[in-house]
Design a binder for this molecule. Sequence first.
Ligand SMILES: NC(=O)c1ccc[n+]([C@@H]2O[C@H](COP(=O)([O-])OP(=O)(O)OC[C@H]3O[C@@H](n4cnc5c(N)ncnc54)[C@H](O)[C@@H]3O)[C@@H](O)[C@H]2O)c1
Length: 374
Amino acid sequence: MIAKSFARIAVIGFGYWGSKHVRVLGTVPGVDVTVVDPDLDRLADAVSHYPTVRTASHLAAVADDLDAVVIATPPSTHHALAAEALAAGLHVMVEKPLATSVSEAESLVEAAESAGLTLMVGHTFEYNPAVRRLRDIVRSGVLGRILYIDAARLNLGIYQRDVNVIWDLAPHDISIASYVLDAMPISTAVWAWRNVGRGHPDVAYLRLDFPDTHAFIHVSWLNPEKVRRITIVGERQMVVYDDLSDNERIRIYDIGVDPDVTDSEPATGNMPMSYRTGDITSPYLPFSEPLMVEDQHFVQCLRGEAVPDTPGRRGLDVVRVLEATDRALATGSATWVGDDRGVLPGGPGVLDEPDLRRIPAQERRSLPRRSARW
Ligand SMILES: NC(=O)c1ccc[n+]([C@@H]2O[C@H](COP(=O)([O-])OP(=O)(O)OC[C@H]3O[C@@H](n4cnc5c(N)ncnc54)[C@H](O)[C@@H]3O)[C@@H](O)[C@H]2O)c1
């Protein structure tokens, strides 16, 4: 914990996202901002936009004059920078993903806990008023049983050098889905493809198997339109969250389909279903910039006024899912998210038989290792 009135925070990495942290932190009362980046042009850019910031080309040069850092550098650098900051006794917020492997993420969580320092992960959408409302809607039960979630995060995006499109974009959707459902996925299956260049896959589809439902996530750097949409399909109602909508970011559809239960089903013709249609409503959402909410929260944590809503352990949970997507991609098989590794029983697309939720851990280990390719 630091003195209540003042916090000296360095933003490490003045790129696309780090520059936003600098803007936001600069408006938080009592926060003194330093920018750290080895790229001198970036430092010059930082000073031209924010003349009062201090700059440094590496953390060690300024660590003694800091209380905390925000790490907004490429994911492959997160672990080393966060470990260095924690070793220097600094509180740390790391952009998503927390690290690029479970072992790295675990070591950061352990280092922060043993040093009594704050470790927070920048799951920005968990600070987004629309996502918080989405969770309230799911919790209220108005949607009924959640049948599935569909997420699309698409754009003609920036191809990353050090991670594939899943590690770049899906942390947001894994964080949103697990936040609104208040559960982590048990297993995952992945289809991904590299279409352009010689780097990483640029388009991917994920299936996340939660204890009571599934989420299907489509992420792409190669799409003509920008899409940021989450659809939650419930048995009674459905909801669409469109992050790009100006005034109706959440729309609740009082709509659904029920099977007609009759004694004798016709052998031919359409399936006997009854369709319900009703109002489409859009709740009022007060505007607050998610990054502002997140950074203000981090400062509150530094001052001992709060504990992180997205602590290092939350970042570790999401990294576990991401690492499982690597295994699923490498094997072409659905893969357990936890340590209890194996492949799902059943053939392609078979999820419900046997019902995963009812398989005790020790039995899962002895399941036949039949490939379930997707
Ligand atoms: N939460 C969100 O919504 C969100 C949005 C975009 C990006 N991000 C995350 O922010 C991070 C940065 O992404 P970006 O798009 O700003 O990248 P970027 O490439 O635009 O910027 C990265 C910056 O880090 C600097 N850098 C590289 N290695 C460094 C090191 N070892 N020490 C100090 N600085 C170093 C680079 O010079 C560059 O200025 C990534 O982890 C990304 O996933 C989060």
